[in-house]
Design a binder for this molecule. Structure first.
Ligand code: ADA
Length: 567
């Protein structure tokens, strides 16, 4: 149990590979090529190398090594929660897989791993350059290392690769369960899946899989007597799939599901048929002590703070989050906008298409069962104001819809009236920094009214859709508080947030508001000139989660809204 907050397997044997690994950087290898023969240091997994003195700014390659014991009877599957940015895996010095992007889980499968002790080496690269379209110099930091948990699993040749469960309501609750089974072997194999949810069990017909192939079975469990998942009572159910071969249970996979429908109705967002409004934060996975490898206690604290502030919503700006964080949102009834990794990226980078497609696919594939995720996002502040940019938006949004038609889709735009892509989304989302990049605290209101008029005038393509203010806020340096309330002071930020929340949370045509941002975060080198302390300082708490003056303001506004909205 390391990747998730609950046990996913009773039959499949698993082993957490988290802990202390051997470590060496390319710099320490002084030009030697090939896999390292010696390792000079230790590193914690999950963790990032910026935690090691001297490597606070290290960008490049490094190797991480551990050893593990294999029972030798089955194939080895290693699941990585996240490797930042590129990981190449060697089992007993043989390359067995490679993956780009820090923020999505991935796996490698190796057959024929004999009984005994084996070596696992991961070459990790966090460099920027033409090979990396999504990780680049940016207004957040991208770290280096194996930054999320790692698990070894021993799987039979016929195994359960994925389950995607989608709840729907028609009189009672139904659950559509898609089970993907994979045959790793060179012969045809047949098996039978048994699905259970609470005391409901269903045996599916046997399927036969050709050598080295996958097969998806779809089954609907209907008329389920279940309590819905709501923010007030986020009830979760265990969905378990067992795979039988020749009458013997050979593999299993469990996930937690929640019964809720999140839909768009005119300008409103609806949760289980009732109109709901969202208030919360944009949050980066970032911490001065842990980098982006936040331990569970730190994630838990972030959620405690968000709930203390009265929020019911978080946007995982600008990438998919650690599955344990999403598990906690499921448990707490916090609604999530999850987006695939991308912040203001040019679409003509050589690897962009391939990398955005992969990041988006992996996000939906691995995270679709979280009831807390109520909408999918992508392509934050990209080129949504040109026809070629529109083609990319269409492609990515369609990809999400194809994989999961049950959730609304959106992207955060800063293109105002020049945006051409609002016809493509279910929810219109705007990043608007009135009071910060333009005007002062007293200028909030008229610009958004103008934009809403344009949106609903039908010229925009997005008329009569729900609107989320996906980013707004102001920078504040904690402790900086001159009497004349200049920019960067805590009181200036408190005023901007006060006026923004007063306007947005009381507006009948604004369905959600997410403050930029939860906490102050580190930015990469090229952003240092624009960012005092080399941080994006728009947090309501600083990087150590110490509250700024705006904490009280936000809490007051959020709780007023909660009282009015009833949730
Ligand atoms: C954008 C962007 C954020 C952040 C913010 C800011 O809207 O989406 O990542 O950079 O601006 O602080 O200016």
């Amino acid at each position: 149990m390391s990747l998730r907050r609950f046990k996913q397997h009773k039959i499949r044997k698993t082993l957490s590979l988290d802990g202390s690994w051997d470590f060496i950087t390319q710099e320490d290898l002084k030009g030697k090529t090939g896999l390292p023969k010696k390792y000079s240091r230790k590193i914690e997994v999950p963790g990032c190398w910026e935690q090691i003195p001297g490597l606070e700014n290290y960008r490049g390659k490094a190797w991480l090594r551990t050893r593990f014991k294999s029972p030798g009877t089955k194939a080895l599957r290693i699941v990585f929660g996240g490797v930042s940015h590129t990981g190449t895996v060697y089992v007993d010095k043989k390359i067995s897989g490679t993956h780009y992007d820090a923020f999505t889980p991935w796996d490698v499968v190796v057959r024929g791993v004999k009984k005994g002790v084996h070596e696992l080496v991961v070459e990790v690269d966090n460099s920027f350059g033409p090979h990396s379209a999504l990780h680049r110099e940016n207004d957040y930091y991208t770290y280096g290392g194996i930054t999320r948990p790692v698990e070894a699993q021993w799987i039979p040749d016929l195994f359960i690769e994925n389950i995607q469960a989608t709840p729907a309501k028609s009189r009672g609750w139904n659950l559509e369960v898609k089970i993907r089974i994979r045959n790793l072997s060179d012969t045809s194999l047949a098996g039978k899946a048994i699905v259970s949810l609470g005391n409901r069990q269903m045996e599916l017909s046997q399927v036969s899989l050709k050598p080295k192939s996958s097969h998806q079975i779809t089954q609907i469990l209907s008329g389920l007597k279940v309590a819905p998942w709501t923010p007030e009572n986020p009830k979760l159910y265990d969905l378990r799939v067992i795979l039988e071969k020749d009458g013997e249970a050979i593999d299993d996979l469990s996930d937690r599901v929640g019964f809720r429908e999140f839909k768009v109705k005119g300008r409103k967002l609806m949760l289980n048929g009732r109109s709901i409004r969202l208030r919360g934060f944009n949050r980066h996975e970032d911490h001065p002590v842990y980098g982006n490898a936040l331990p569970i206690q730190a994630m838990n604290k972030d959620l405690n703070i968000m709930q203390d502030l009265g929020s019911n919503f978080v946007r995982t700006s600008h990438y998919p989050n650690d599955m344990r964080f999403l598990d906690m949102c499921d448990e707490r009834g916090i609604m999530v906008w999850e987006e695939s990794h991308c912040r203001t990226v040019p679409f003509d980078e050589p690897n962009f298409d391939e990398q955005i497609t992969q990041s988006t696919k992996e996000m939906v594939e691995w995270h679709a069962n979280h009831p807390s995720i109520v909408m999918w996002g992508c392509l934050n502040e990209c080129e949504s104001n040109s026809s070629s940019g529109k083609r990319t938006h269409k492609k990515v949004l369609n990809l999400i819809r194809e994989m999961d038609p049950s959730r609304p889709v959106t992207f955060a735009s800063n293109k105002n009236e020049t945006d051409l892509c609002l016809d493509l989304v279910d929810i219109v989302s705007w990043n608007k920094y009135d009071g910060w990049y333009s005007g002062g605290p007293n200028s909030i209101g008229p610009p958004i009214e103008e934009l809403l008029r344009w949106l609903h005038s039908k010229k925009s393509g997005g008329a009569d859709k729900p609107v989320i203010l996906s980013e707004f806020g102001a920078g504040a340096l904690r402790g900086y508080n001159p009497a004349h309330k200049p920019k960067w002071s805590e009181s200036y930020q408190a005023d901007v947030l006060d006026k923004s929340l007063e306007h947005y949370l009381n507006h009948p045509d604004i369905a959600g508001a997410a403050i930029w941002q939860f906490c102050d975060v580190r930015v990469t080198r090229r952003w240092w000139l624009q960012r005092p302390r080399t941080m994006n300082n728009k947090g309501v708490v600083d990087e150590f989660r110490k509250p700024k003056l705006s904490y009280k303001t936000v809490k007051k506004r959020f709780f007023e809204a909660k009282k009015r909205w009833g949730c």
